[in-house]
Design a protein around this ligand. Structure first.
Ligand code: 5AD
Ligand code: SF4
Length: 434
């Protein structure tokens, strides 16, 4: 028996899929090369913007074919779109056998059994109960042997007016620190070198537990022998305090990279989004980061065209991008999400104008990203070697999360090596083993 999982969306979804693969392996299933040979197909969905919604729906059309080929195949839909609109999906695509929400993943064995018996297996909880932590007991099946995601907190208590996540992922629930450290110990014994702590709002870790803070978690993870690198995503600017920034600078394993979404540069728009900071307050955090960690690589998320955003507001975003000089920017056009407070707010501009703004912003940022990469020319950087191509070329990442291609000697997979950068591209660096 074989399974296939298609994952949309963020790192939390990737980690959930790795856990589902772990559950299915425990049940005796093997990973299929592609969906045409699978007995169980799971689609782990995202609902953050309208586009991912549509992508999921068209993927489902594709999977319908599998039922013709193999009528016994079981198709399940889970993740954020399932949580938000599970019953709607079932109506639109009645050939689906299982639908489950973001907090029901640990019930996959039970749901699969129900589906096998010919029933529609549906479980979408409105109320979250602590049994969801059972999911963390399962092993993960990971594509990357040397770097691993570890979920430390689920959900989000912020109320950004554009965002569907509090609806699809619920309130903040931190995992207990002992459980997290045990999982990391296990990963390290399995050969993992880089631990990537994840959560919708990782910097809020511990607030609901009351006795532990995020920076203390960083120190505790760093104390585990064999943890060579630590990353974390996503931090919220409001919860990123000076203690955390100091810990980042102080702990040798914490990488010099941070994704800190600003969303918009204009104070008026930040307030309408209910982000809880002004441009000045955000820039103060950036200043602190650069002060404590001078060679930090920063990245951010931008929403272009939030309701009410005028050209002057948009120019404030451009101003911030020019000032901060991010290594990478993920920018999207605002997309109204059903049920969010902003969904009914009127737009100030036409979709065409917003597309132009978005394009201009992306083009401007391309040059900044390239300029940041150029600073690596002829430098020696530390690379964790994650992959080797057929022609022997290695692929890895710097501590600042830059992709590096290089040639070296045999048996470097999983090693941390020095690479001299000889060529700089827009999205990657090329070099030779130093
Ligand atoms: N429209 C556009 N982008 C959005 N994001 C979240 N909600 C929306 C929305 N309604 C973006 C934010 C967030 C990233 C994951 O997706 O920038 O940081
Ligand atoms: Fe998409 Fe947000 Fe859900 Fe991640 S948490 S899968 S980004 S909707």
């Amino acid at each position: 028996m074989k399974f296939y999982i298609r994952t949309f969306g963020c790192q939390m979804n990737v980690n959930d899929s790795e856990k589902m693969a772990g559950i299915l392996k425990t049940l005796g299933y093997e990973l299929a090369q592609d969906w045409t040979e699978a007995d169980v197909i799971l689609v782990n969905t995202c609902s953050v913007r309208e586009k991912p919604d549509q992508k999921v729906l068209s993927a489902l059309g594709e999977f319908k074919k599998i039922k013709k080929q193999n009528p016994n195949a079981i198709i399940g839909v889970c993740g954020c779109l399932a949580q938000r609109a599970g019953y709607e999906i079932l109506q639109k695509a009645p050939f689906i056998d299982m639908v489950f929400g973001t907090t029901n993943i640990h019930h996959l064995p039970k749901l699969l059994q129900e589906a096998k018996e010919g029933n529609k297996a549906v479980e979408i909880l409105e109320e979250i109960d602590s049994s969801e932590f059972e999911l963390d007991q399962y092993p993960t099946v990971r594509e990357n042997k040397y770097t691993a995601f570890v979920t430390v907190i689920r959900g989000c208590d912020k109320k950004c007016t554009y965002c569907i996540v509090p609806t699809t992922r619920g309130k903040e629930r931190s995992r207990r620190i002992g459980d997290i450290l045990r999982e990391i110990q296990f990963l390290v014994e399995d050969g993992v070198k880089e631990i990537h702590l994840i959560g919708q709002n990782v910097t809020a870790y511990g607030k609901d537990l009351g006795d532990v803070k995020f920076y203390e978690l960083l120190y505790a993870v760093a104390d585990i022998k064999g943890v060579e690198r630590i990353r974390f995503t996503t931090g919220h600017p409001r919860d990123l305090d000076e203690e955390t920034i100091k810990a980042m600078a102080d702990i040798p394993q914490v990488c010099e990279a941070l994704h800190l979404p600003i969303q918009a540069g204009s104070d008026k728009i930040l307030q309408a989004m209910d982000r809880g900071y002004t441009q000045k307050e955000y820039l103060h955090k950036i200043e602190l980061l650069k002060k404590y960690i001078p060679d930090i690589a920063l990245s951010t998320d931008i929403i272009v065209g939030f309701p009410g955003e005028t050209y002057e507001d948009y120019l404030e975003t451009i101003k911030v991008l020019k000032e901060v000089e991010y290594d990478q920017v993920f920018a999207f056009k605002y997309s109204p999400r059903p049920g969010t407070p902003a969904a009914d707010m009127p737009m100030a501009e036409t979709p065409e104008t917003l597309s132009k703004w978005l394009n201009d912003l992306i083009n401007m940022q391309k040059d900044i990203t390239f300029k940041k990469n150029l600073a690596y020319e002829n430098k020696v950087v530390e690379v964790l070697v994650e992959e080797q191509k057929e022609d022997g070329q290695y692929v890895g990442r710097t501590r600042t999360n830059k992709l590096v291609h290089f040639y070296g000697r045999d048996n470097l997979l999983g090693e941390i090596v020095d690479v001299k950068i000889e060529k700089v591209n827009r999205f990657s660096l090329e070099g030779v083993l130093n």
